[in-house]
Design a protein around this ligand. Structure first.
Ligand code: PEP
Length: 250
């Protein structure tokens, strides 16, 4: 089964609008002949600026989170309706920083996944184990639980708009990357879980990104693995010099 590669940049809580615009312009120019699927996810404050620059190009616009309700009394939150208004196409949900710093649980993340899909967005659902969970031999079980719980209520029709990102928490922003073999083992397991939920044919089409200290020098080896369909990139996505070689890997 041949699947496209999907390279996404999560800019986290970095960049003013002017800085975000500079990076977005560089990516649009350099990726215009890029062969893969691309996404940039700036902070909420830069979505409109970056959206204007990537509109009509081969780079999609992503948000890093959304509220679990459409609208109402939710101080500090940003709703799917507001994101749609800004031209956002994809929402990253369940990022480990949301799970572990802001204590988002599977139930809340699942509510957001279903809301985002209901409003026509694509979703990147992040899953991944803590170091102590890996050391206790629980990596597969944790990723399975987060995948199953995160996808509750997602129909066989809607799953085509969901990408799973396997991001071992111990590898995010630490410079420690999972070996291609370790990552592949979890990716294969996640695909097996998806096959149980949606059948083998549908599961074979689901894109599963790897995230966790992906850099220009390790991207190709990771993506050479059968079940690794791209990357969700944090630190290396903040500069064109480091994101472009990943995005253009052959
Ligand atoms: C991320 O935040 O999704 C991520 C993978 O970060 P980094 O590439 O910096 O490890």
């Amino acid at each position: 089964m041949s699947r496209p590669y999907y390279i996404a940049g999560n800019w986290k809580m970095h960049k003013t609008r002017a800085e975000a615009a500079d990076l977005a312009k560089a990516l649009v120019t350099d990726l215009k002949d890029g062969k893969h699927k691309y996404l940039v996810a700036p902070s909420f404050t830069a979505l409109e600026t970056v959206g204007t620059i990537v509109k009509g190009t081969n780079i999609m616009l992503g948000a890093q989170d959304c509220a679990c309700e459409e609208q109402g009394a939710h101080t500090g939150e940003v709703s799917v309706l507001q994101l749609k208004d800004l031209g956002v196409q994809v929402i990253i949900l369940g990022h480990s920083e949301r799970r572990h710093i802001y204590k988002e649980d599977d139930l809340l993340i699942n509510k957001k996944v279903n809301l985002a899909l209901k409003h026509g967005f694509e979703v990147i659902l992040c899953v991944g184990e803590l170091l102590e969970e890996r050391e206790a031999g629980k990596a597969e079980a944790v990723c399975e639980r987060q995948t199953v719980e995160g996808l509750k209520g997602v129909s066989a029709g809607d799953i085509a708009r969901v990408t799973i990102a396997y991001e071992p928490v111990w590898a995010i922003g630490t410079g420690k990357t999972a070996t291609p073999e370790d990552a592949e083992a979890i990716h294969a397991h996640i695909r097996k879980v998806a096959a149980k939920l949606y059948g083998a044919d549908t599961a074979a089409k689901i894109l599963i990104q790897y995230g966790g200290s992906v850099k220009p020098d390790n991207a190709a080896a990771l993506m050479a693995k059968e079940n690794i369909d791209g990357a969700l990139v944090g630190g290396a996505a903040l500069k064109a010099d480091t994101f472009l070689p990943i995005a253009k890997f052959a």
